[in-house]
Design a binder for this molecule. Structure first.
Ligand code: TEU
Ligand code: CA
Length: 493
């Protein structure tokens, strides 16, 4: 397989709200990231993926973009952002952005215009439908609960895969595609090295909007069904690539759930739509069929088998991106370790597996010090809209408040969104003000500073791993070598 810079890179994911606050307003920012670039260089990081930092009303914490060309003032100015790109470059660190183009914010100028005038060009950028009765156009369920359809005061329905404040963009509209391509190329010209591409599989759907068989008591069917019943994604993704990424030497990583198995080659093969895509197979093991209230217990053997299978499938095709956790998943140290291994040794085992597998290793902020889940005592302690929705769903399905809370504590996206733990001072050294989301009280024990001085710490272990992976003597083997399981699978009972 061809050698590419990104295949030999270690990526670090930053959730900007929670990484480092430089001005005491309790929210992380660009200058905070700049301050920590030496730390990141020292960790052996080559690429930073920064979660959405665009203008946004923050209904879904930045995944609802109101202006793709402006950064959110809570993080600084566009100049601060450019300064960050430059400072990173000085340390040989590239920056990739989050590309959120399945939907935008309902506050985006396009949607605002489309709401006012059903006949304007922008109205064709979205999916609007009218119905004879007062019923939604079909029975599809949104990922954050309820119908995918919400209604405007003038009676038109509009489509959203996620929250009602995140209207889906119509990828079957050529003018919309042009606007998106223009924006992507604008950022690439600014010097970003690529994109992590959000929820991209959801852009395909049958736009005759038929009803599908219901899969829950609400009479609706899931977004998974919507994706699996649709076809034609390849044409759209190729068009996207040809007009943007292909013109630059960039790295793209797709967030792809529910791809059809036979499409792997098309997605991440040598001439695939993306450089790589995430392997979520381990994370799907505990997901409940209808929601967090049905989450399945973790089984270590199943975890190992999922990992082996993913490695084997990708081996002759391309490169997956390996993660332990991200901003949507609970902390891996809390989820993927049996009770007896809930310690530094267990955390180091996870790190070894993840960083030395074939594929591109991603480290999510705090993973390198073994940060854990946060134990909330009430639903009030969460910010994430998905968590609130899942809590309500659990109650509706007959869970007690305590049971619903337990589900959220295990699965909540806020577990990974709590502030980064830098030291044992107030608010873990993340901010001098009041953090936007409460710090995990275990910061007095788990933090960067205390691990700096301990040669056997998880942090220093991560440093050794990245150095080993990139050591000129081994980099070819770790990057382009073959994955061979030493231990055989335990046969199914
Ligand atoms: O996530 C896509 C997605 O499918 C999520 O609903 C995911 O299954 C869920 O968060 C797991 O708990 C992306 C982003 O990563 C996520 O943060 C956004 O909320 C979502 O898209 C909408 O933009
Ligand atoms: Ca700040």
């Amino acid at each position: 397989m061809k050698n590419n810079w990104w295949k030999e890179s270690v990526v670090y994911q930053i959730y900007p709200q929670s990484f480092m606050d430089s001005n005491g307003d309790g929210i992380g920012d660009f200058n905070g990231i700049i301050r920590k670039l030496d730390y990141l260089q020292n960790l052996g990081v080559d690429v930073l993926w920064i979660c959405p930092m665009y203008a946004s009303p923050l209904v879904d914490n930045g995944y609802d973009i109101s202006d793709y060309y402006k950064v959110n003032p809570i993080f600084g100015t566009n100049e601060d952002m450019e300064h960050l790109i430059e400072e990173a470059q000085k340390r040989n660190i590239k920056i990739i952005l989050d590309l959120v183009v399945n939907h935008c914010s309902d506050q985006h100028e396009w949607f605002q215009k489309a709401m006012k005038d059903p006949n304007c060009e922008e109205a064709s950028y979205f999916y609007f439908r009218t119905t004879e009765n007062d019923k939604e156009p079909n029975n599809w369920r949104s990922n954050f609960g309820g119908s995918v359809w919400s209604r405007l005061p003038d009676g038109r329905w509009y489509y959203h895969t996620f929250a009602k404040e995140q209207p889906d963009l119509n990828w079957y509209c050529p003018e919309l595609r042009d606007k998106i391509y223009e924006m992507i190329n604008w950022w690439l010209e600014k010097g970003v090295a690529g994109f992590r591409i959000d929820a991209i599989i959801n852009i395909q759907k049958d736009t005759t909007f038929p009803d599908y068989p219901a899969d829950g008591p609400d009479g609706l069917c899931s977004a998974d069904t919507v994706v699996s019943r649709a076809s034609g994604i390849g044409e759209i993704l190729e068009d996207l690539k040809v007009h943007t990424f292909q013109k630059y030497d960039v790295f793209t990583v797709g967030e792809v759930f529910n791809m059809k198995e036979e499409e792997l080659q098309e997605f991440i093969g040598e001439h695939g739509h993306f450089s790589t895509m995430f392997d979520f197979s381990q994370h799907l093991l505990t997901a409940g069929e209808h929601g967090w209230y049905e989450q399945r217990p973790f089984c270590f053997e199943a975890w190992r088998d999922a990992l082996f299978t993913a490695q084997e499938k990708a081996a002759s095709v391309g490169f997956l991106s390996n993660i332990i956790e991200n901003h949507d998943e609970p902390r891996g140290a809390s989820t993927f370790l049996p009770g007896y291994a809930q310690n530094d040794d267990g955390v180091k085992m996870l790190a070894t597996a993840s960083l030395l597998l074939r594929g591109v290793p991603f480290i999510y902020q705090g993973q390198e010090i073994g940060m854990r889940n946060f134990k909330a005592r009430s639903i009030e302690e969460f910010d994430d809209l998905n968590t609130k929705d899942q809590y309500e769903l659990a109650l509706r399905m007959g869970c007690t408040e305590q049971e619903a809370l337990t589900c959220c504590n295990r699965m909540s996206r806020d577990n990974a969104r709590r502030p980064m733990q830098w030291n044992a001072e107030d608010n873990a050294g993340f901010t001098t003000g009041t953090p936007w989301l409460k710090v995990n009280p275990d910061y007095t024990k788990i933090n960067v500073q205390v691990q700096e001085s301990d040669p056997d710490s998880v942090l220093n272990y991560y440093r050794k791993l990245t150095a080993l992976r990139k050591d000129p003597r081994y980099v070819q083997t770790f990057t382009y070598g073959r994955f061979v399981p030493v231990r055989e699978r335990i046969p199914e009972q």
